[in-house]
Design a binder for this molecule. Structure first.
Ligand SMILES: Nc1ncnc2c1ncn2[C@@H]1O[C@H](COP(=O)(O)OP(=O)(O)OP(=O)(O)O)[C@@H](O)[C@H]1O
Ligand SMILES: [Mg+2]
Length: 144
């Protein structure tokens, strides 16, 4: 699935001279709705491309521990303004600092809805001027 996301952005990465890097064990799997999960991840990766510049990186990493599968999307772009951090998952929220970028403010709310409907959580960590990390976590159901 992450390979499909990579393909989707390969051309854009080349055009914008940004590096898209994937890391993860190919044997890790996640029981999910394939198309919706790709939609969620692509919305987050699209934001990463929207808020990085030439020479920047976008990383997609996935890993599995005993009870959790995580997908981590990280960039070393502009970062998110602290005043925006608590609002970015709200529908139609657009930062006053992003008025120059196109968008309607639905990408992250949709991603959150998709992740949560898979019983997952979505967390953001961002440092202004340094970059942003989104972490999607899914509990692996334990067998009874
Ligand atoms: N990786 C990121 N780096 C910096 N800012 C981000 C990043 N991801 C999200 N944001 C901020 O969060 C806001 C909300 O993102 P969201 O994807 O919901 O809407 P949008 O990208 O503005 O519009 P849409 O996705 O509907 O086209 C963005 O406008 C931007 O200000
Ligand atoms: Mg978006």
């Amino acid at each position: 699935m992450m390979g499909e996301v990579e393909l989707h952005f390969a051309y854009r990465a080349g055009q914008e001279e940004k590096e898209l890097v994937l890391t993860g064990d190919e044997h890790i799997s996640l029981l999910c709705d394939h198309d919706w999960m790709i939609e969620a991840v692509e919305n987050i990766v699209k934001n990463a491309f929207d808020h990085t510049e030439k020479g920047n990186f976008v990383w997609i990493e996935w890993k599995k521990s005993a009870s959790v599968v995580q997908i981590i999307i990280k960039d070393n772009g502009s970062g998110i303004q602290p005043e925006d951090l608590h609002h970015i998952f709200k529908r139609f929220y657009r930062s006053r600092f992003s008025k120059d970028k196109q968008g309607i403010g639905l990408g992250l709310p949709l991603a959150k809805m998709i992740v949560e409907s898979h019983n997952g959580t979505i967390e953001v960590d961002s440092t202004l001027g340094a970059g942003t990390t989104f972490t999607l976590s899914f509990l692996i159901p334990t067998k009874l």
